[in-house]
Design a protein around this ligand. Structure first.
Ligand code: NAD
Ligand code: ZN
Length: 368
């Protein structure tokens, strides 16, 4: 049976439903939280070809009218303003009104784009997340961050717009390319380091999860969503500089810099950049004396065992230290010109710091 996790956001509280067979039951699951049985579905062409028929049937059997099915090209390139405008024009052209829900069927790209469209269409319409990648099921579909990329950087235009419900159908993970599954697992490992006991589970069962074991994957989604729901409920809009949602950026200061340098062309996936970022975050923590060398060694060994890159040297391409430092200096989480990093003392014990000397980061990147 599916599991239901509440995200405690007062009058905007919603459930994350996790389990098999949810696409076929989607209509019945979402009807109680929507004002009308009217939706537009946004997906990408790859996901739509595989999973849209089951979702459509699951909606129509419950009496939903699907006004439009909008499929964008797969890939990060679709998180763009021009694409947002195109999606909005198609939605409004199909007759979307303020009681029509936007349903995002796909990975984080579709969720971020469709969620932003739902946030701004007629100043906000109901939104439903149906994540189909591991990354989207464990991370991006929960928490209400939506947006698109600008030339100036990733996710620089966006809005907070919480979904009415999240349907994480674990059956959809069976068709996900292995590399995408591994990349999504990096966020599970991140949640493990944030949470503690989940890290122990990762070291024992993570390899089974990336090999496609559905029981392990279901546990990873459940525990990741449990952690993310608690963090989001406590700090919905990332207002806390020290704790709260900011801690979810573990590995991401380095990761975003690598991703930006690689250029969003699919050669380095977000999760792969995060995996390297986790290795670097553990290494810098050890260098600054916050944890022993055991932790970077274990983090790197685990990610490597799961088929992920864990050091910059694991990639075929080379990055200059200057370029990466320049990217990190422009991170949108910085305050007063100081770089902010999330550091760890050990699994379950992470903290943010604005006291990381740039020289220490530069030295680490040179040694990588
Ligand atoms: P993605 O959406 O690009 O999906 C990855 C690839 O898998 C795509 O080619 C897609 O077509 C394909 N795919 C998706 N589901 C499939 C399935 N079930 N079967 C077969 N193929 C499938 O990438 P992603 O990793 O899911 O998301 C990355 C994005 O998420 C980034 O833009 C990142 O910034 C964003 N993100 C957002 C948040 C947030 O809080 N909003 C958090 C983390 C990441
Ligand atoms: Zn991430």
């Amino acid at each position: 049976p599916p599991q239901r996790l509440p995200v405690g956001l007062g009058d905007r509280a919603y459930d994350v439903v996790i389990g098999p067979g949810l696409l076929a039951r989607a209509g019945g699951l979402i009807a109680p939280v929507l004002p009308a049985r009217r939706v537009v579905v946004v997906s990408d062409a790859s996901v739509a070809a595989i999973h849209l028929p089951a979702l459509r049937a699951g909606l129509e059997v419950a009496g939903f009218h699907v006004l439009a099915e909008i499929a964008v090209p797969p890939g990060e390139g679709s998180k763009a303003f021009e694409r947002l405008q195109d999606v909005l024009e198609q939605m409004l052209g199909a007759g979307l009104d303020r009681r029509t829900a936007v349903v995002a069927l796909g990975g984080g790209v579709v969720g971020d784009l469709a969620g932003f469209a739902a946030a701004v269409a007629m100043r906000g319409v109901p939104f439903v997340q149906v994540p189909t990648t591991l990354l989207a099921q464990v991370d991006s579909s929960v928490g209400g961050k939506t947006g698109v990329n600008l030339r100036a950087g990733k996710n620089l235009a966006g809005a907070f717009h919480q979904p009415r419900i999240v349907l994480a159908d674990t059956d959809t993970l069976a068709t996900l390319p292995a590399r995408e599954l591994r990349a999504g697992y990096a966020e599970v490992a991140k949640h493990g380091l944030l949470q503690g006991p989940l890290w122990d589970w990762c070291e024992t069962h993570g390899a089974a999860a990336v090999a496609g074991d559905i029981g392990a994957l279901t546990h990873a989604v459940l525990e990741s969503c449990r952690l993310k729901a608690a963090v989001v409920a406590a700090d919905e809009r990332e207002e806390s500089v020290e704790g709260g949602r900011a801690l979810l950026n573990l590995g991401h200061t380095f990761g975003h810099a690598l991703e930006a340098e690689a250029g969003f062309d699919g050669t380095l996936l977000h999760g792969e950049a995060v995996a390297i970022g986790l290795g670097l975050a553990a290494s810098i923590s050890a260098r600054l004396g916050h944890c022993s060398q055991e932790w970077p060694s274990r983090v790197i060994a685990h990610l490597t065992a799961c088929g992920l890159p864990a050091r910059i040297g694991d990639l075929d391409r080379r990055f200059t230290v200057e370029a990466l430092m320049g990217r990190m200096a422009k991170d949108k989480k910085n305050r007063d010109g100081r770089m902010r990093f999330v550091l760890l003392r050990g699994p379950g014990d992470v903290f943010t710091s604005a006291d990381v000397p740039a020289e220490a980061v530069t030295a680490l990147l040179w040694d990588e």
